[in-house]
Design a protein around this ligand. Structure first.
Ligand code: ADP
Ligand code: MG
Length: 392
């Protein structure tokens, strides 16, 4: 992979625009995890220390394009960032026509997804963003898998482009992980985005030694194995595809285990009562919301025997205390294991923080979808664009 890195460019006195991933979790206007802001700080400090005039750009959530939405304003990010950085980071509401910023200052542009054309990678928007800077730094690994105006389009038109240190480091670690991992390699894929994650399973099957599925994906595997999943979240139209994956695993001499036991509830809410069921005893009006205790012990054992653990997606609805035990068991097993562990995904990181194992995970990726696509072996559009600029 060949692209320019930020430390290879002269930044002093330049207008340096950094594409960040400030898509932080919010609850009632309050940021619930600083992880993504902390991750971005070293790059911002480096640019400021070199005397750059820093323009920060990010999206937040999924607003309707073309209009302002107060709930998804980057305003809380600007204030939190000012605290963390120890200097004011001004939020610029209308920035597309120009940003006033001096060397040593940092300005945060309001949510780029408020602008029409961002998502469809509109060329005139990409050109307008590019015109705001002398150097464009792509440092948002979490959005590198999306070809949008501020992540990919702009790279074609900015005067100079490079990868930021955070992005470079992610790629270095993930590359190493995929080319020379400590074996056996175990991947745990859970969560709720079933259909988007089934494709990653296919790719992982041939790369890892053992695969564990959890959450909505596990429910689809349970259904595909012929068991009733009641009202559980699962993907009925992916059953054949799932059966094919089960057969592929067998052909490769392995097996994707389905949980022996599960925790079910008749309601999806915080106070719902958890009942343990054998996997073949789920009633029509029940939902599977976590793995059961026997399964948790099995999976913890697999983690202990692994040389490398890749984790994306909680294995249960860990936000509800009664259904957190499965995900906690995974986290605890990772904490005591000697394996090289790598985790990615917004909710996975929230679980890791909730269970207090942040320092025990060998590498925490800032990407969710990008993390999965990268380990799947897909070319990330932003990286392809950076490489194309490097070659010319
Ligand atoms: P990540 O953000 O780490 O990639 P996802 O967004 O795919 O993970 O999924 C996380 C969500 O999946 C969590 O909010 C969790 O409550 C939910 N989840 C996990 N297991 C289940 C289940 N069995 N049924 C419904 N939702 C689940
Ligand atoms: Mg998520």
């Amino acid at each position: 992979m060949s692209f320019l890195r930020m430390d290879e460019l002269e930044l002093a006195g330049k207008r340096v625009m950094i594409r960040e991933d400030f898509n932080v979790p919010l609850e009632g206007g309050r940021i619930t995890s600083d992880a993504r802001l902390e991750a971005a700080l070293p790059t911002i400090r480096m640019a400021l220390d070199e005397g750059a005039a820093v323009i920060l750009l990010s999206h937040l959530g999924r607003p309707q394009e073309g209009r302002f939405d107060k709930a998804l304003s980057l305003s809380p990010v600007a204030s939190r960032l000012s605290d963390l950085l120890g200097q004011e980071v001004r939020l610029e509401a209308h920035w597309l026509d120009g940003v006033a910023v001096k060397p040593g200052e940092a300005v945060l542009c309001e949510n780029v997804r408020f602008i029409d054309g961002e998502k469809r990678n509109d060329e005139s928007l990409a050109r307008a963003i590019a015109a705001l800077c002398d150097v464009f730094v792509m440092d948002a690994f979490g959005t590198a898998h999306r070809a949008q105006a501020s992540t990919e389009g702009v790279i074609h038109f900015a005067p100079k482009v490079c990868a930021g240190p955070l992005l470079s480091r992610e790629l270095y670690v993930l590359d190493k992980l995929m080319t020379e991992p400590e074996r056996p390699v175990l991947a745990i894929v859970g969560g709720s985005k079933v259909s988007t994650k089934l494709s990653v399973l296919e790719a992982l099957l041939s790369k890892v030694d053992q695969l564990i599925v959890g959450g909505g994906i596990a429910n689809t595997f349970i259904a595909a194995s012929g068991f009733d999943v009641g009202k559980s979240l699962y993907e009925p139209d992916q059953l054949r595809e799932t059966q094919r994956l089960i057969r592929s695993a067998h052909k490769l001499g392995g097996e994707i285990p389905i949980p022996k036991d599960v925790l079910v509830a008749t309601q999806f809410n915080r106070d719902a009562e958890a009942v343990v069921r054998a996997v073949d005893e789920v009633d029509d009006d029940e939902m599977i919301l976590d793995i059961g205790p026997l399964t948790a012990v099995d999976y913890a054992g697999m983690i202990q025997r692994a040389g490398t653990v890749i984790w994306n997606g909680p294995v249960g609805v860990f936000e509800f205390p009664a259904f957190a035990a499965g995900t906690r068991a995974i986290a605890d097993a990772i904490e005591v294991s000697d394996a090289f562990s790598i985790a990615g995904g917004g909710d996975t990181l929230a679980a890791i923080e909730q269970f207090g194992i942040t320092d025990s995970v060998s590498y925490i990726s800032t990407g969710g979808g990008a993390f999965l696509e990268y380990i799947e072996g897909k070319k990330l559009p932003a990286m392809a664009a950076l490489e194309a600029r490097f070659e010319t």
